[in-house]
Design a protein around this ligand. Structure first.
Ligand code: G3H
Ligand code: 13P
Ligand code: ZN
Length: 385
């Protein structure tokens, strides 16, 4: 099936009261694994490439310094892979830009073939965030492309109270933001945090999501709320990494019980990246330690050298750089590389499969009202958004 915009997939979560996981990918094999596991569970799929993922997939090992040109190439590479794997399955698949930094990043993603974009203006003053987000909506909606904005800052680990210093999303401001920008989805700050160190038993302030969603209904505003920084950081995986020579300390995630609860309260999209990185890292360490001769196999030796020298690494982009062609294009130059990438895929499937069952998107592929980019463009035009 061709890629569709993210909006129809989000609409189904609203109608049927569940959440859709949105999973970050940084390699062709990861995209393949995410689509295969969603297909197995007959779930719609949202794959996302972060701005920096596009930089990495554009060939930049130092992806933090990627240029717009690198991101254009990377977006094209990710989109090509996602389209190729989506074409053969009957489930709806959307490709979403995660944490787009500016209009250039958004344009690079859409030109490459992304069907949905996030513009993250959350670090800007409110009026600037609104202006930037509105500019992106004006660019994307005529093309049928879905837009996610962000309001509030995903910050520290403390249980902030409502105060002038709170970084949590203010529900009143959220309504203003939604009306002014006309985004399809809004990422909120309500107690989650990016990365593997979310603090001890982090607590989601679910009342923030409830308040925003309730006001949206009163005001007739459509759209879903998005939970970023929502990895569960499974302790068994962290422990396994550390037993296999890794060094990941103070790791902790969001409990699955809280995520399940908010999936019925207006959170329609739950972003997960770290859980995938961790499962993949454990599998790669296992691969090299199950049979230590593999550590000297020329086609994969570079990966082991990086990983063994850096026990704290758990982002595959940090240690898979000796295999850039494989990451970017899916090439498998040797049996060892093929085996290694199989371990990557298994890690992705373990993390993603566990979560989509919990989030409730299993068997929902048939519930999505399929709408193409062109149909969404017509819809936005009619609605004047
Ligand atoms: O929310 C952020 C994602 O985990 C992506 O991370 O910006 O390092 O690609 P990244
Ligand atoms: P995690 O780091 O918790 O996986 O969050 C991912 C995310 O929010 C991507 O946008
Ligand atoms: Zn995020």
């Amino acid at each position: 099936m061709s890629l569709i915009p993210m909006r129809p997939i989000l609409d189904a979560t609203d109608t049927y009261s569940y959440a859709q996981g949105a999973f970050n990918v940084n390699a062709v094999a990861q995209a393949q694994a995410v689509i295969e596991i969603h297909n197995l569970f007959r779930s719609p799929a949202i794959l996302q490439g972060a701005d920096l993922a596009n930089g990495f997939m554009g060939g930049r090992k130092d992806f933090q310094n990627a240029t717009v040109e690198d991101k254009k190439l990377g977006a094209l590479n990710i989109a090509r892979a996602v389209k190729q794997f989506a074409k053969d399955v009957p489930i709806p698949v959307a490709l979403h830009l995660d944490h787009g930094r500016n209009l250039d990043s958004v344009k690079a993603a859409i030109d490459g073939g992304y069907t949905s974009v996030m513009i993250d203006g959350s670090s800007l003053p409110l009026e600037d965030n609104i202006a930037l987000t509105r500019e992106v909506v004006r660019y994307a909606h005529p093309l049928g492309v879905t837009v996610e904005g962000e309001l509030g800052v995903l910050a520290g680990v403390e249980d902030h109270v409502f105060s002038e210093t709170s970084t949590y999303t203010n529900p009143l401001t959220a309504i203003r933001f939604l009306k002014a920008t006309k985004v399809d989805a809004l990422a909120i700050s309500y107690g989650t945090q990016h990365g593997a160190n979310k603090g001890k038993n982090p607590k989601i302030r679910k009342e923030i999501a409830i308040a925003i969603k309730e006001c949206m209904r009163h005001e007739g505003i459509q759209g879903v709320l998005v939970s970023h920084g929502s990895s569960t950081v499974p302790q068994n995986v962290v422990e396994a990494i550390n037993k296999l020579g890794g060094d990941i300390q103070d790791a902790g995630g969001i409990s699955i019980e809280q995520l399940v609860e908010v999936s019925h309260l207006g959170i329609g999209k739950i972003n997960v990246d770290t859980d995938i990185r961790l499962a993949v890292t454990r599998n790669i360490r296992e691969y090299f330690l199950e049979d230590t001769a593999r550590q000297q196999e020329p086609s994969v030796k570079g990966v082991w050298d990086l990983l063994s020298a850096n026990p704290k690494f758990f982002d595959p982009r940090q240690y898979m750089t000796p295999l850039m062609d494989t990451m970017m294009y899916g090439t498998l130059p040797s049996e060892a590389v093929a085996e290694l990438m199989e371990r990557v895929k298994r890690g992705v499937k373990e993390a993603v499969g566990t979560l989509i069952v919990q989030f409730g998107s299993v068997d929902k592929a048939s519930k999505v009202r399929m709408r193409s980019l062109e149909e969404m463009a017509d819809y936005y035009k009619q609605e004047g958004i």
